[in-house]
Design a binder for this molecule. Structure first.
Ligand SMILES: Cc1ncc(COP(=O)(O)O)c(C=O)c1O
Length: 386
């Protein structure tokens, strides 16, 4: 049996053993792909059973319970990101929310510029390119490399900037953005800051209130150990100024009277669309509760220890690392190896799971151990030298 030297930043063995016992996926191999899809805890099985019971014995007033479940999940997310209760809403995916947010603006010059980076998940440029037809002046800032040139981004901020949209951590390199600095600079010129935090919420702390950030989007199926749901936070005092054109009846002030609304629902619900889908929030609550129980600061420390081990082993093996080596990295370490897609498949055949998006992406979470990281690096070494 391998005995990997401990790292004081790791979760204590009792906490971690209890956490690992909740995730059956971990018994199928070495699972280091939480940046792609997080493991789902076994408690989700009971949620599925209960859901079927609900459908089997259907009555319309089930909706009352479902709304309680939807609100509970949204408020748990709010607590995790330092947002007030009632300031977070869930829907099917991040793209839906971002497009709805983009529909709030009239893109009239002079303030019609949308600044994004070349590190965005592809949905971000795709959506804002579509808004060019309404006058959005899209400007993509980047180096073409795996890091953000934050100076270059901030140099573009001026009174013409309507929105600046950044990933908290890049999905392809794990490089993070210095949000306090960006928010301060953007607010000086009256621009709104939109953060895609899909790659950080659940593995890195984020306090939206302390940051004063305007909009944060994320989703459940990676670091939050959930399935099929995304979330939106909008700074509460900004909400009344935003009116989405892409909308639906649930966003109205009279939604539950089933008559046409004349105004917006109070609060973040004005960003709703049609009938919500409760199952994914109910399922995702289980993982969120487990992670919140461990605490996101402890998870971040553990993550830094495991990603440091990846970095050290990669350096020792002469494997090029794309992610930042310092603590500006997120939860993933990206390795530049030849024939990465094939290597990933060969590793998977050995029960060692990571993902590939131009680089080999290795994303250990709170439920992973240093031993698993070493097993991964041993297997990778063998595959690269076979
Ligand atoms: C940074 C980032 N944003 C967004 C998404 C997904 O967006 P959506 O929920 O619209 O599929 C992902 C990955 O799936 C991601 O890594």
């Amino acid at each position: 049996m391998r005995v990997t030297p401990p790292d004081p930043r790791c979760l204590d063995t009792g906490t971690q053993a209890a956490l690992r016992a909740e995730f059956p996926l971990l018994r199928t191999g070495v699972y280091l792909s939480s940046n792609s899809t997080g493991a789902v805890p076994r408690g989700a099985e009971q949620v599925l059973r209960d859901y079927w019971e609900t459908l089997r014995s259907w009555r319309d007033d089930v909706w009352q319970d479902w709304h309680v479940g939807l609100d509970r999940y949204a408020d748990s997310l709010a607590a995790l990101i330092g947002a007030p209760r009632g300031s977070v809403l869930t829907d099917a995916n991040l793209s839906t929310f971002l497009a709805r947010l983009a529909s709030c603006f009239d893109y009239r010059p002079p303030r019609n510029r949308v600044l994004i980076t070349d590190l965005e998940y592809p949905t971000v440029p795709f959506i804002f390119r579509a808004y060019r037809r309404y006058g959005a002046a899209l400007d993509v800032v980047g180096t073409g490399g795996p890091r953000l040139d934050q100076d270059a981004l901030e140099a573009k901020l001026d009174e013409r900037t309507l929105l600046v949209c950044v990933p908290h951590a890049s999905f392809s390199s794990g490089a993070t953005v210095d949000l306090p600095r960006l928010v301060a600079r953007a607010h000086q010129v009256g621009a709104l800051v939109v953060v895609d935090a899909f790659q950080t919420v659940g593995v890195m702390p984020l306090d939206v209130t302390a940051l004063g950030v305007d909009v944060v989007l994320g989703g459940a199926h990676k670091w939050l150990c959930g399935v099929g749901t995304a979330f939106l936070y909008v700074r509460p005092d900004l909400v009344p100024q935003l009116a989405p054109a892409a909308t639906g009846w649930q966003a109205g002030d009279r939604a539950l009277t089933f008559r046409p609304s004349s105004g917006w629902a109070p609060g973040v619900r004005r960003f709703a669309g049609g009938t919500p889908y409760p199952l994914t929030s109910l399922l995702s609550q289980v993982g969120l509760d487990l992670l919140a129980g461990v605490g996101v600061d402890a998870i971040r420390r553990h993550s830094l220890a495991l990603t440091q081990r990846l970095l050290d082993r990669a350096e020792a093996a002469g494997i090029a690392v794309v992610s930042p080596a310092d603590e500006t990295r997120g939860g993933v370490v990206c390795l530049d190896v030849p024939d990465g897609e094939i290597v990933k498949q060969r590793l998977a055949a050995r029960g060692v799971i990571c993902s590939w998006r131009g680089y080999l992406r290795v994303g250990p979470h709170a439920y992973n151990t240093l031993d698993e990281v070493d097993t991964f690096m041993d297997a990778l070494h063998e595959e690269l030298h076979r």
